[in-house]
Design a protein around this ligand. Structure first.
Ligand SMILES: [Zn+2]
Length: 292
């Protein structure tokens, strides 16, 4: 089986613990991913929310050093930034991010930043947020609305339509299956689908189900619902490994993702659909929209 995962926070954990990517105690390591025939990963540099934006920019540079030092050059990956506050309110830093290889920008993470409001607010894009969004479309960084407020989501959609470019939600489940502000309504999913974007399914337990211990069946309900909305070529995985306070028990790390594939096949999904979700949809999106 091949895997293309749209979101993890492993770089931040590697930076904090100064551990290797090859073998470590984290949810993701090359060793744990050995079972995949092919494995590609969008590696997010998460931007800590409780420090100043200037400090977040400095931290971005430190984590970037970890990336350069520890991710093998031949490992298929794409760099992302999670939380536009790391731009420290300076549009020039977006060009710097691009020059360093960043191709996805999760606009916000939590609360308010210079970009605008996250899912736990009712605030949309700030003037600076609009400037960043337009420049993202312009230079080839894909805006990611996971964590965005509903207001911001629709503002991004409007700008995407104006310029005919896609946006994505790298790690957002379905609000129809489990109501959470981090999840997408059916209308939101369809808007992303319509503009040619992709949506990654997250394994964050509180976004998957109200149950104390969700398992792979709860994750698969989100996938199946998205497929019912016509998402055959839109749904991907964006597991958020190493980015959650606790993992679902059945999938403690990347080596257990096969349980999702097994469950979907047991539910009657074609092998080709499962392969689309696990690899092809993300890979095709990258080929269509990203200059590496
Ligand atoms: Zn996240």
């Amino acid at each position: 089986m091949k895997l293309f995962d749209l979101h993890c926070d492993t770089l931040y954990e590697m930076y904090k613990r100064s551990c290797s990517f090859t073998e470590n105690e984290l949810n993701i390591s090359l060793k744990k991913a050995e079972g995949f025939e092919k494995y590609a990963q969008v590696l997010a540099i998460w931007s800590q929310n409780d420090i100043s934006e200037e400090a977040r920019f400095e931290q971005f540079l430190e984590i970037y050093n970890t990336y350069k030092e520890k991710i093998p050059a031949d490992f298929p990956n794409i760099l992302a930034v999670e939380g536009g506050g790391a731009l420290a309110g300076n549009i020039k830093n977006l060009e710097l991010f691009y020059s360093l290889g960043v191709r996805f920008l999760t606009l916000v993470w939590g609360g308010e930043s210079s970009i605008g409001g996250a899912h736990n607010t009712d605030k949309g894009l700030s003037d600076f947020g609009y400037e960043v969004l337009k420049k993202c479309f312009d230079i080839g960084i894909i805006p990611d609305v996971s964590h965005a407020s509903d207001k911001m989501f629709w503002q991004v959609n409007e700008e995407a339509q104006k310029c005919g470019k896609p946006f994505v939600a790298t790690h957002s489940n379905s609000r129809k299956i489990h109501h959470h502000t981090r999840n997408l309504s059916d209308e939101m999913f369809k808007a992303i689908e319509k503009c040619g974007g992709v949506v990654g399914i997250s394994l964050e337990p509180t976004h998957a189900s109200p149950k104390d211990e969700p398992d792979e069946s709860d994750i698969c309900r989100h996938i199946i619902h998205y497929l019912e909305l016509g998402g055959e070529n839109t749904v991907c995985l964006g597991c958020d490994l190493d980015g959650v306070t606790r993992n679902i028990k059945a999938i403690p790390d990347i080596s257990h993702l096969y349980k999702i594939a097994d469950f979907l096949k047991k539910e009657g999904l074609a092998d080709s659909t499962v392969e689309n979700i696990f690899y092809n949809n993300a890979n095709n999106f990258i080929i269509r929209n990203i200059k590496l």
